[in-house]
Design a protein around this ligand. Structure first.
Ligand SMILES: *Cc1c(COP(=O)(O)O)cnc(C)c1O
Length: 238
């Protein structure tokens, strides 16, 4: 595993650098989040050894099992859907939550964070491709959501997260990223109190280069680093 992993990480790093070059961006404007869902803690430790600094999980329960084995200092991102009843646990486990998509969830996360004397960094998930099966806010609801969520104590909104449609159609993928980027810019111009729009989390193994070309600052990459997962790994959270 170890040599393979180093090689794949190196390749992903090279591809990120090349995409940045094409887009006229600096490679250090991109945070690589290694998506570790279904990956055993021992392999995550190897990845950390090989230079991974940010990891992403999509389920609270899986993180609860694996995180005690990981060193302090690795930055932990929740990238999957979060149910309000699991938000207490999520606040204790994660540094960033990419799947904020309701005021109810924001209030629950914020309350818990305030109890712990901290705040929780969140990205608002947008359903940019308007797929009925996807989580995230409808793009039409984003601005009014941001106007409200900025006032919730304990929450720091730092950007947006989106997923491209599940398709090989590069045009449709790019369109979803372009739309997310333009929502991001529009929201930025509104300068909502309590909301800082600095991060755009978009791009996975199959589409991260397009995402970088269209403005992503965080990419969430699993299989291109760790190899293919089983079907189980594609459950979207919970
Ligand atoms: C699994 C997952 C990823 C990574 O997917 P890969 O195709 O393996 O890179 C990224 N984002 C989310 C939300 C995921 O659930």
């Amino acid at each position: 595993m170890r040599d393979d992993l180093r090689k794949r990480l190196q390749e992903v790093g090279d591809r990120i650098a090349a995409a940045c070059e094409r887009a006229g961006r600096s490679a250090d404007s991109i945070t690589l989040i290694a998506v570790t869902k279904t990956i055993p803690a021992a392999d995550i430790l190897d990845a950390i050894d090989a230079g991974v600094r940010h990891i992403g999980e999509n389920r609270v329960q899986e993180a609860q099992k694996k995180f005690p084995e990981l060193p302090a200092g690795v930055v932990r991102h929740l990238i999957g859907h979060l149910q309000t009843n699991k938000s207490r646990h999520a606040v204790g486990l994660f540094d960033w939550i990419h799947s904020l998509d309701s005021l109810r969830l924001a209030e629950s996360l914020g309350k818990r964070a305030a109890q712990e004397g901290r705040s929780v960094r969140c990205l608002v998930q947008v359903n940019a491709s308007r797929e009925p099966t996807k989580y995230g806010l409808d793009p039409d609801e984003l601005l009014s959501f941001l106007a409200q969520v900025g006032t919730v104590p304990g929450i720091e909104v730092r950007g947006l997260m989106a997923m491209a449609p599940h398709t090989d159609d590069e045009v449709a993928i790019r369109r979803a990223f372009v739309e997310t980027r333009s929502l991001f810019e529009a929201a930025r111009r509104e300068a909502f109190p309590g909301v800082t729009l600095e991060h755009l989390s978009m791009g996975m193994s199959g589409d991260f280069e397009i995402a970088i070309e269209e403005g992503a600052t965080m990419v969430r990459i699993g299989s291109a680093i760790f190899g293919p997962r089983g079907v189980e790994g594609d459950r979207r959270g919970g």
